[in-house]
Design a protein around this ligand. Structure first.
Ligand code: AHR
Length: 534
């Protein structure tokens, strides 16, 4: 979980700040800086897998209950119990893969509790997220139904902590075996004769923490035991994900991989988590706190490179996919918001949109090293793309993060190509290494991808006090036209509220293309995408 500041630390940080730091930049105006960048169209990195824009939904706060699922009898407009606005907005955004049911919840979840007639399902206590009573009215069938509605591939996190290999293999058979076994016939009797064809299966979640506090060696031994009984039931080829580290934990990856390689099946994928902690409340950030959060992103990028390098030592052919199945900003959440709207209910501000853009640019640049990334979480929890006004709330807003994701949608399926920009060098892995040190302030961030006759360039200006005049040289491609769009607000604390649901959205950005030079002015705090056509 993300490190949290105590109330005292929080008060100290805020008290130490000058008044100017507490006021929006618009009051003082921004300075301007020229930035040089380059795109090398013929230097290919890899495919931007649509899965890099995937999501995560946990039984936590009002993510599932109230956010996704309101129930068939709810006065909130719904499609068979699913919040109608959420379905429509998510369909428009496109969700490649959705991970469920946790998170920490997964290692205390027993799938049988969530199948069969809803009124007969047992009530359990959600020990991870506030000891509320979980009535299991949203279970496997409801989850798969939701994935079908929004067009997402399901990714189930199986229970290692309090579960067993038996329980996991039965869940697999229940989901994927076509017919004729007791479990597949039970699925049919519960309304789904067609198998669910679930490909992605996580073997536990955060086994170093809430998943059971295992050592890496013990977690790998558990992986081997569970994976032995995970078979392809039916035609679906299973993709098993082993539990990787929090951040760039080298000791975990070495311990896990050394043990897992000794015998038995090696995972198809290996997942790590990296949250970008925030020291302030979501809509009360100071520029300093915002910069502190933004400068975590180069470390995230370095960690992905480093973890991939470690994995390459075990798997030089890169058959094992590196997955970042929890990421996003985790701020200091006001208790009043949590009490009203559910645990970890977090507003998404202009700052959050910039953070999303920094992350998505990294995934493009490191496309050859990544298999899937899942923002945490889909609705009402942490850096969500949708917010509702509590579990009973009628309103559904698309957050600033939703719009940042929308700007990156044109990259999906394209081929990522090499870019350069002033100040975009990465810090060295580990401590005390030579080479570039972590930057003091966030710098221009860029990524690019190409498809037939088209180049898509995304740029993020994370500075609150500087407009950036960017001259980007496009090497190759022979593009003729450029069309830009951006998400921008001068106030980093601005957000889409239920009264003003469209304050932050996508607007046009002027882009000029002449003699292979793309010129744009990125206002302070903006995320932009420019589409170039041949
Ligand atoms: O996303 C919230 C929590 O963060 C998840 O349950 C857990 O996996 C992580 O620590």
């Amino acid at each position: 979980m993300a490190p949290k500041l105590s109330r005292r630390q929080f008060a100290r940080t805020a008290a130490a700040l000058p008044l100017t730091a507490l006021l929006p930049r618009a009051v003082f105006g921004a300075s301007s800086a020229s930035k040089k960048a380059a795109v090398h169209v013929d230097e290919v990195i890899g495919t931007v897998r649509p899965e890099l824009h995937s999501h995560f939904a946990e039984h936590l706060g009002s993510c599932v209950y109230g956010g996704i699922w309101v129930g068939r009898k709810s006065p909130i407009p719904n499609i068979d119990g699913y919040r109608r606005d959420a379905v429509n907005y998510l369909k428009e955004l496109g969700v490649p893969v959705l991970r469920w049911p946790g998170g920490c919840f997964a290692d205390d979840y027993h799938w049988r509790d969530g199948v069969g007639p809803a009124e007969k399902r047992p009530k359990r206590v959600n020990i991870n997220w506030g000891n509320y009573t979980e009535d299991n009215s949203f279970g496997t069938h409801e989850f798969i139904g939701f994935c079908k509605l929004i067009g997402a591939q399901p990714y189930l996190a199986a229970n290692v902590g309090t579960g067993s290999p038996h329980e996991m293999r039965d869940w697999m058979e229940y989901c994927n075996y076509p017919s004729g076994s007791t479990l597949s016939d039970e699925r049919a009797a519960n309304g789904s004769p067609e198998p669910f064809a679930v490909r992605y299966w996580g073997v536990g979640n955060e086994l170093w923490g809430c998943g059971g506090n295992f050592t890496p060696e013990a977690a790998a031994a558990e992986y081997r035991r569970f994976a032995t009984f995970a078979k392809n039931f039916g035609d679906t080829r299973m993709y098993l994900v082993g539990c990787g580290p929090s951040g760039d934990d080298v000791r975990w990856t070495r311990g896990f991989m050394d043990t897992v390689q000794q015998r038995g099946p090696v995972p198809n994928g290996y997942s790590m988590h990296y949250y970008e902690g925030g020291s302030m409340q979501p809509t009360r950030f100071t520029p300093e706190a915002m910069n502190q959060q933004f400068i975590i992103f180069p470390r995230v990028e370095q960690s992905l490179i480093h973890q991939r390098t470690l994995l390459d030592g075990y798997d030089p052919g890169r058959r094992m996919g590196l997955i970042l199945d929890e990421w996003g900003v985790w701020d200091q959440i006001p208790q009043a918001d949590e009490r009203k709207n559910g645990r970890l209910w977090q507003q998404s501000s202009m700052r959050s949109a910039v953070a999303a853009g920094l992350g998505l640019n990294i995934f493009n640049r490191q496309a050859d090293k990544l298999y899937m990334c899942n923002i945490a979480q889909m609705v009402n929890v942490l850096q969500s793309v949708l917010l509702t006004d509590g579990p009973e709330g009628k309103n559904t807003v698309r957050t600033s993060t939703y719009w940042a994701f929308m700007l990156f949608k044109p990259h999906r399926g394209n081929t990522s190509v090499r870019v350069e920009a002033d100040g975009m060098e990465l810090p060295q892995a580990g401590r005390g290494g030579r080479g570039p040190q972590p930057p003091e302030v966030p710098e221009l961030s860029i990524s690019a991808s190409k498809a037939a006759g088209q180049l898509v360039v995304s740029l993020v200006n994370p500075r609150h006090d500087t407009d950036m005049q960017v001259e980007c040289t496009i090497h190759g491609g022979g593009y003729k036209t450029a069309r830009g769009q951006m998400v921008h607000d001068a106030d980093w604390n601005a957000f889409n509220s239920f009264d003003q649901p469209e304050r932050i959205g996508v607007k046009p950005l002027e882009a000029a293309l002449e003699n292979g030079k793309l010129r744009v002015t990125l206002p302070a705090l903006s995320v932009a995408t420019v589409a170039l056509q041949a």
